[in-house]
Ligand binder design. Sequence first.
Ligand code: PEP
Ligand code: MN
Length: 337
Amino acid sequence: MVIILKSNPNKKQLDNLLSWLKSMNLGIHMSEGANTTLIGLIGDTSGVDMELINALDIVETVKRIQEPYKNANRKFHPDSTVVDINGVKLGDGNFQIIAGPCSVESEEQICQVALAVKEAGATLYRGGAFKPRTSPYAFQGMREEGINLLLEAKKVSGLPIVTEVMDISHLPLFENVDVIQVGARNMQNFELLKELGTLKKPILLKRGLSSTLQEFLMSAEYIMAGGNNNVILCERGIRTFETSTRNTLDLASIPLLKSLTHLPVIVDPSHATGIARLVKPMALAAAACGADGLMIEVHNDPAHALCDGAQSLTPEAFKDVADAVKAILPYSFKGAK
Ligand code: PEP
Ligand code: MN
């Protein structure tokens, strides 16, 4: 971090600033030019409040030279992380497809789709039990019963399960869930992230609706700072001025994230587009630019789905996507380090 001072800084205020910085165990490198004085900070500046320094009378501006995330940063961990989900490895060349309905609706539905997506090539199974809906009057999910039905589908299909947590108080229900999902709306629920950091379970962290990549990585950092390094990032589209798709899929984020972090990055083309026929081209594009996996919504009867039917694929359409993606994987972009 570099602090640029205004010309002729008040000596007493400068001494106060320097002794405060030293009290944080930071090394100081002063560089005095004809008009400008720079203070270079040496050491771990992740705990330094830039805005506080910026507000001081003697400070012109403050610049961070290094990213504020250490655990998630590829600079400090050059090898790509492989997350082990009960034997299913994801990351560093291990490409996995998570598929399943938006919501758990009944035992028959959740078990039927589990067998169908497994047959079609999915290696992990998704289904929402707690649903973050925009309207309080929309279907809110089957909650605890939904988790039990997912566990039933896991037994029937043998696929590890992924499902979303919305509140810390629900976590005891997730004991036998293989991957806990943090949805876009909760990406900056910092208390929830801290709690997930105390677990050993893999966490699938979705990008917030309007989050920058740095904010996304800082949320991963919250989980990792607690000791849980099993974090999978999921690009699921961001909110832009465009309204013809549900969100705008930020494909460039994939190679960029993979150069910034060692964590695996997957893509959800279903929530990114909101339109079933766009899922295949976006899934192919995501795989081509180096994603480590996909999350795709599949329903046995999309027209009657209780949630997100318009973006859900039938098992047959999902098989077509999974086969096409697998065919191009050998040619996908692997250069981002
Ligand atoms: C989901 O995956 O079910 C979901 C709600 O997605 P998102 O948080 O990305 O909107
Ligand atoms: Mn959905």
